[in-house]
Design a binder for this molecule. Sequence first.
Ligand SMILES: [Zn+2]
Length: 354
Amino acid sequence: PQAASGEQSAANLFRIERVSDGVYAAIARPAPMLNCNAAVIVTADHVLVVDTHSKPSAASALINQIRREVSDRPVRYVINSHFHWDHAQGNLAYPKAFGESTEVISSTSTREWMAREGASRLRQSLAALPKRIADLRTQLAAAKIDGERARLTEQIGQLEAYLKEMNPPEKQITLPTITFNERLVIHRGGREIHLIFLGRGHTAGDVVVYIPSERTVATGDLMHSLLPYMGDGYPEDWPRTLVALEALDFTHVVAGHGLVQQGKSILAFFRAYIEEINEGVARGVERGSTLEEMRRTLAPDGLRSLKMGDQMTRLAREGQGFAGVPLAGAQLQGAVAANVTDVYNYYTKRRGKS
Ligand SMILES: [Zn+2]
């Protein structure tokens, strides 16, 4: 059967689960325009939300779901863990729903990046959509199986809705209203919520949101359950920043993508993986290896970090929940190759400048 409407049912974007006392995770379901997870923190008199997804309508859907499933207290603070589109493009929904005094908080660097790059990156991504939609229409015309036709129709509808919602790009980017450099602490009802910049990693300005009393941390994309995106990253600093994260006393993690984590074993893997890719590429560049050679030597089969515990099995499963495809085989190969390429560009571009 064909999907009745192109718009993915707004009630179906997130699954909310309780993480610790007053802390919830909104885990994003797979979507053609990716949504990040949100952490939802309820205090004595208000709600605080970490990250706002790819579009205001996704954030609005979460606002409604929070009211239904978590709390009817108003959202007073919104935090952007970093500047990426899938974490900050929904900001606008919060002042719209709760008034102009709703504060959006980020690191100083995140606000600068958002101001400089937000609208232009969004414009670029919108410009690429008509071709992606046309390709899906070609696939749809050739598709024979009902399920496949329904899936493609749904994807096309969602991409068209996104294109419509996000135009014009300048109007959609809502910058943070409060910024800080190192640490900002919100004190409410005897509980502290720490917003901490631990150092550069996934971007120049990642912050983690740490609730010491609940031993819970929201990590954005500084550390999550899949493989990292390294295109705006600082691979030399990132492992050190993750050591600083590991030093915090926590047992529950709401990450920017993937399932809620218990303990620090995924963090240990994530750091080992970034370290291994960084060291492998840095050494290769030093020796004058080509990118193609490095993509061969640093393929999944040769990586020590991927052999830690049952990480391969876990990644395959997490990929299924995140994108609807297991992160294994060609998918895993592609993800690792993208990381190698991004780190290679980091070193060669930086060299070009010096
Ligand atoms: Zn990101």
